[in-house]
Write a protein that binds this ligand. Structure first.
Ligand SMILES: Nc1ncnc2c1ncn2[C@@H]1O[C@H](COP(=O)(O)OP(=O)(O)OP(=O)(O)O)[C@@H](O)[C@H]1O
Length: 310
């Protein structure tokens, strides 16, 4: 099947080996405009290799890629205009300041000198690096380099953004700002693919997730696991309470959470079902201290899939 050139970013059946190592064996994904998609998987499963192929920086052994309707390998320049790439580690030029780094990239994307400088200062403000404008980029801390790298990916206002571990090295405030910036960019119509190992953080940032395992994307099976994880709620009562027994008496299936009988997980149908269960537990005078969704759905789904692999 051919890729749909109407989607902002699409890949089908991508594969790539390094010698005898099959880094990516079968990867497919699609990101429409205005959508943030997470790329999730364990170390070495092929995320960076896949992202490099999507960005046109690595030749696939097979499969197809489309960036804003262009093939990044066959029509490199045309695709690059629409693509912002943030690598997991920013390479910097020793002699250039932060402002010069961004201006140089702006110029490379065809901006005239003054608009390129103005864009550089704007972006430095966006990523809170204005005070480092005249500092050499090499002196920045790891987190500051990440922010400069994000600014560099945005220089030419691309329609598609591929961000490899953008939150790594960022302090808590910068992570919140990154999340807000990513959502604002999506609201502006950008298609964004983002990889991260901090899944709880992705929960609030992304619209959907693509899971990868051993070089392959997992497709619709993974969506069902995420959906199930979203409906997993945790119940915690005062120590000494046997929540499991109460749920058993109610005929409600439960899963253990560690060894403590005062904690259990249940799968609710929806929020109304959760509310009804809460009312029953309170009515039965169970001394509850917490009742709510079991944390990050992406994290839950990831752990479930890892478990299945063993
Ligand atoms: N240039 C290369 N030469 C040889 N092997 C490589 C090369 N790049 C990646 N690999 C191998 O391909 C596999 C996938 O690597 P990749 O960096 O894509 O994984 P990843 O999912 O991004 O990992 P992480 O989460 O640790 O960043 C790994 O086994 C890795 O050792």
């Amino acid at each position: 099947m051919e890729v749909d050139r109407g989607l902002a970013l699409e890949a089908r059946g991508l594969r790539r080996a390094f010698g005898t190592v099959q880094a990516v064996v079968d990867a497919s994904l699609a990101v429409p405009p205005g959508h943030v998609t997470a790329l999730i998987g364990p170390n070495g499963c092929g995320k960076t290799t896949l992202m490099l192929m999507l960005a046109g920086l690595l030749r696939p052994d097979g499969g197809e890629v489309s960036v804003a309707g262009r093939d990044p390998l066959a029509e490199g320049a045309a695709a690059r205009v629409h693509l912002g790439w943030m690598p997991d580690v920013l390479g910097t030029w020793d002699s250039l300041t932060c402002e010069e780094t961004l201006t140089t990239f702006g110029r490379a994307y065809g901006l005239a000198r003054e608009p390129a400088r103005a864009r550089a200062f704007d972006l430095l403000r966006t990523v809170h690096l204005s005070e480092y404008a005249s500092q050499p980029a090499r002196v920045l801390s790891r987190g500051q380099k990440q922010r400069l790298s994000l600014a560099r990916a945005l220089v030419h206002d691309p329609e598609v953004l591929i961000l490899d571990e953008p939150a790594s090295g960022l302090d808590p405030r910068s992570r919140i700002e990154l999340r807000e910036l990513v959502r604002a960019l999506a609201a502006d119509g950008k298609a964004i693919l983002i990889s991260s190992h901090v899944l709880s953080e992705l929960d609030e940032m992304v619209d959907s997730a693509v899971f990868m395992s051993k070089g392959a994307t997992l497709g619709a099976d993974a969506d069902a696991v995420v959906e199930k994880a979203r409906r997993r709620w945790l119940i915690t009562a005062l120590p000494g309470t046997d929540v499991r027994a109460v749920l058993g008496d109610l005929g409600r299936p439960w899963e253990p959470v560690g060894d403590a009988p005062e904690r259990a997980a249940v799968h609710v149908v929806d929020e109304a079902d959760a509310a009804a269960l809460l009312a029953v537990l309170v009515g039965a005078e169970v001394p509850l201290i917490a009742f709510g969704p079991a944390g990050s759905a992406l994290e839950q789904a990831y752990l479930t899939m890892e478990e299945d692999r063993r």
